[in-house]
Design a protein. Structure first.
Length: 305
């Protein structure tokens, strides 16, 4: 598949402009968007030392990060949690995802980062799954991202290698769109009440395009800021090997510091951050993500002053 096109950055110059930009982003949450699906901007009435962008996963909504975002806000940080296009619709079948393209996802993630640039002196972008892949994509291309925290990122599916994931993405993009249940057994007890129980095959193809773009450009476009990959040793959906290879390429490029942490005390569960998932183990994951976000910036020169 073709490389994902660049998305232009336009950082907000100050807090007032950040508020204005968020108003534009929030205006995209029309009457069909459920309350849990609406974009969030948690502020302190002015610029803070750190602004954090939290990117949700495929078929989920900003509510996925609500509890952790509130914790970050309580610690004095500004927090931006955008809703990705096609998500949060009152029609929970997930049909709205079929027309969303890779560029649509990335433009939203970049717009949230623009807002954070005006809200904080430094910007950290963190995300889960496709949100984790987009966090890495932004860190590769935006020097104003001081740190990226990529949690079980979607660079590829299961044990398929990069070439096989590329074929899968191209095939899904060429075929008619299908809605496939996350749980083929029809049990939705682990699915958040605000998330779609199905995923769109077309949307999955677009998400794979983003992840594969990061994977293929990892050495030539290593981030200038710091990167941490947080993986689950028992990850059932995303390809940990591809994540480790991206981390190794970032580290070998020698630009910003990069580390990979594999947590071996988590169950075989993909969504490790949503507190409504009974297997999420947020008691273990939240402190680890918090440490990664708040790690000292002593060796980094990236600021938005």
């Amino acid at each position: 598949m073709s490389r994902v096109s660049n998305v232009l950055a336009a950082p907000a110059r100050d807090y007032a402009e950040a508020l204005e930009r968020f108003g534009a982003l929030a205006s995209l949450d029309g009457p069909r968007i459920i309350p849990e699906g609406r974009s969030r901007f948690l502020t302190h009435g002015g610029r803070t030392p750190l602004a954090v962008v939290l990117l949700h996963g495929l078929t989920n909504v900003p509510e996925q990060w609500a509890r952790f975002g509130a914790e970050l806000h309580g610690r004095g940080h500004s927090v931006v949690i955008p809703r990705f296009p096609g998500h949060g619709d009152a029609d929970r079948r997930g049909t709205a995802l079929a027309t969303v393209r890779a560029g649509d996802f990335l433009r939203t993630a970049s717009a949230a980062t623009d807002i954070a640039a005006g809200a904080g002196e430094r910007v950290v972008v963190a995300g889960l799954s496709i949100g984790g892949a987009m966090a890495a994509w932004l860190a590769q291309r935006r020097p104003d991202v001081a740190r990226c925290v990529s949690i079980v990122p979607l660079f590829g599916i299961g044990r398929l290698n990069a070439a096989a994931n590329g074929v899968l993405a191209a095939t899904l993009a060429a075929l008619p769109n299908f809605l496939i249940p996350w749980d083929p057994r029809g049990s939705a007890h682990e699915s958040p009440p605000y998330a779609y129980p199905n995923f769109s095959t077309r949307a999955l193809a677009e998400c794979l395009r983003i992840g594969l773009d990061v994977y293929r450009t990892a050495r030539s476009l290593a981030p200038a800021g710091a990167t941490e990959f947080l993986l689950n040793a028992r990850e059932p959906a995303c390809n940990n090997s591809m994540s480790e290879k991206v981390g190794a390429a970032f580290k070998a490029a020698g630009r910003g510091p990069c580390s990979t942490v594999v947590m071996d005390d988590l169950p075989a569960n993909h969504d490790v951050i949503d507190p409504t998932n009974p297997h999420a183990r947020t008691d273990l994951v939240y402190p680890r993500v918090l440490r990664a976000i708040e790690a000292p910036f002593d060796k980094l020169g990236v600021t938005n002053k």
